[in-house]
Design a protein around this ligand. Structure first.
Ligand SMILES: Cc1cc2nc3c(=O)[nH]c(=O)nc-3n(C[C@H](O)[C@H](O)[C@H](O)COP(=O)(O)O)c2cc1C
Length: 455
């Protein structure tokens, strides 16, 4: 197997050569005009095929409302020109917040979100042709076993026991497994948050089911008893019930989306989308069934992700050059991890038919993102190219791709994992390297505080 290797390509030809030598199914197209084609999402349209993926800053105010840093992030994204802004994880209840500064839209702070969306749209309309605006999707989440609503102490909310994750997520013998009644009561909270999002001016909501937060873990709850565990029908029930309930409440003119894990890379019986004997082997049966079930339940936009960013294989979610502290160097080449993510998107897009799918895993490719992305759009492997860490480092990348026809290599994310490290250290995150005036200091502070806590 080819080794994990730092990004070193001086030309597109060098990248092409490596892809060929590794026999990978990654295509390249030098005609990147396809990004300018608007993309239909339900009854709405995004002005182009570039999307900002949800990127949490862990920097909202204590009441969940947007802080100055949140405002800065989204106005920068808006001015960056992407056709779709997929807003970060927004908790549906206090107990499900991943940190005390996670975004949380409530009746009390609705006005602050309305104002921010107005501001963001005004900025965006200045840079888009015909003053069009991007589509705004708000990601609704419950952090499940990764909940930490107060201070530094984990407050895990678990749907099942997991011998691999329990010791790493603050779960002990006393931690209760959540009841079906508790899960039932959460459905109304998703509906309420979705209605608030509609009032605030979002175009849709995402029922987040990725990265092993609550809904994602339920998809893998083979060992759970009762109506939300065991069989595929039971494990998908919570997600599908939320989707149907939200769709019914918000009506036709509002998008219900889902960002979900296609593959957990986690041993059976605790993972989703994988072979029971070999958890590194993808089994498409349930993920593709889930796509069909979601689409027939009213989902109009999908984004597939994979892996568990809190566990020891974060390359499955986001290929990188340097890992965050304590994470082993992956045993595979980054291009192999990228090929895997592309393969998932291709399969999901095929199963989803006309429902657009946002592809991910592009940031590591730096200035060559447009050429790989254009090839994937052309052969209908996905409908949007989603940018995660790249959007922190280089928010204007979509505009450069659309207007100049290239990305500036000096501004690209170097996948150093420092944004992740800040998150792990319980700080407020952004790009430490390309936005260093703000985030270098935050990185140092969070690191020093985390080290002190460890001592
Ligand atoms: C600091 C940080 C915050 C993130 N926040 C979210 C989030 O709120 N919701 C989500 O679905 N994914 C989140 N992600 C994952 C990204 O959206 C994306 O899937 C991942 O970084 C891979 O895409 P990329 O290679 O373009 O970065 C986050 C990733 C990082 C590094």
């Amino acid at each position: 197997m080819a080794q994990h290797n730092k990004f070193h390509y001086k030309t597109l030809e060098e990248l092409k050569k490596e892809i060929e030598e590794l026999h990978l199914n990654i295509s390249i197209s030098q005609d990147i005009s396809i990004f300018k084609t608007p993309v239909k999402v339900g009854k709405k349209e995004a002005p182009n095929a570039l999307a900002v993926l949800p990127m949490e800053g862990c920097d909202s105010n204590a009441d969940g409302s947007p802080s100055d840093l949140v405002k800065r992030r989204y106005t920068r994204f808006a001015e960056g020109g992407a056709g779709l802004l997929w807003w970060e994880a927004n908790a549906v209840e206090e107990a499900g917040r991943a940190n005390p500064n996670q975004m949380m839209l409530t009746d009390e702070n609705l006005l602050s979100f309305q104002r921010l969306l107005e501001e963001v749209n005004e900025r965006a309309s200045k840079i888009h042709e015909n003053h069009t605006q991007p589509l705004h999707i708000l990601q609704l989440t419950h952090s499940g076993r990764y909940s930490r609503p107060k201070g530094h102490k984990p407050a895990p909310v678990i749907p099942q026991r997991d011998p691999y994750l329990d010791p790493r997520s603050g779960v002990n013998d006393e931690t209760p497994i959540v009841t079906d009644e508790y899960l039932d009561s959460l459905i109304d909270k998703y509906v309420h948050s979705a209605l608030l999002a509609k009032k605030a001016g979002f175009n849709g909501v995402d029922i987040k089911a990725c990265h092993r937060y609550l809904v994602s873990e339920l998809l893998a709850s083979h060992t759970r008893e009762g109506k939300y565990g065991g069989s595929y029908e039971n494990r998908s029930r919570f997600l599908l019930d939320i989707i149907r309930s939200v769709k019914e409440a918000v009506g036709e003119d509002f998008i219900v989306a889902c960002r979900f894990n296609v593959f957990d890379a986690h041993p059976y019986p605790y993972g989703f989308g994988e072979d029971k004997e070999n958890f590194w082997k993808f089994d498409e049966t349930e993920p593709l069934q889930l796509v069909r079930d979601m689409c027939s339940s009213g989902v109009e936009l999908l984004s597939n992700s994979a892996g568990n960013p809190y566990y020891i294989y974060p390359q499955v979610t986001r290929p990188f050059d340097t890992s965050s502290l304590g994470i082993p160097v992956p045993e595979e080449h980054q291009l192999k991890s990228i090929e895997r993510l592309f393969e998932f998107t291709r399969k999901i897009q095929k199963a989803a038919g006309d429902v657009p799918v946002v592809g991910n895993g592009y940031t590591w490719l730096r200035q060559y993102i447009p050429y790989v992305g254009a090839a994937n759009l052309k052969d209908h492997s996905c409908s949007f190219i989603g940018l995660g860490r790249s959007s922190f480092a280089y928010p204007e990348a979509p505009r450069d791709i659309l207007e100049k026809g290239f990305m500036d290599s000096a501004r690209c994310c170097i996948t150093c994992s420092k944004c992740t490290q800040i998150m792990r250290d319980h700080g407020m995150t952004g790009c430490v390297i390309k936005d260093k005036e703000i985030y270098m200091e935050k990185y140092r502070e969070a690191r020093a505080e985390a080290s002190a806590r460890e001592v």
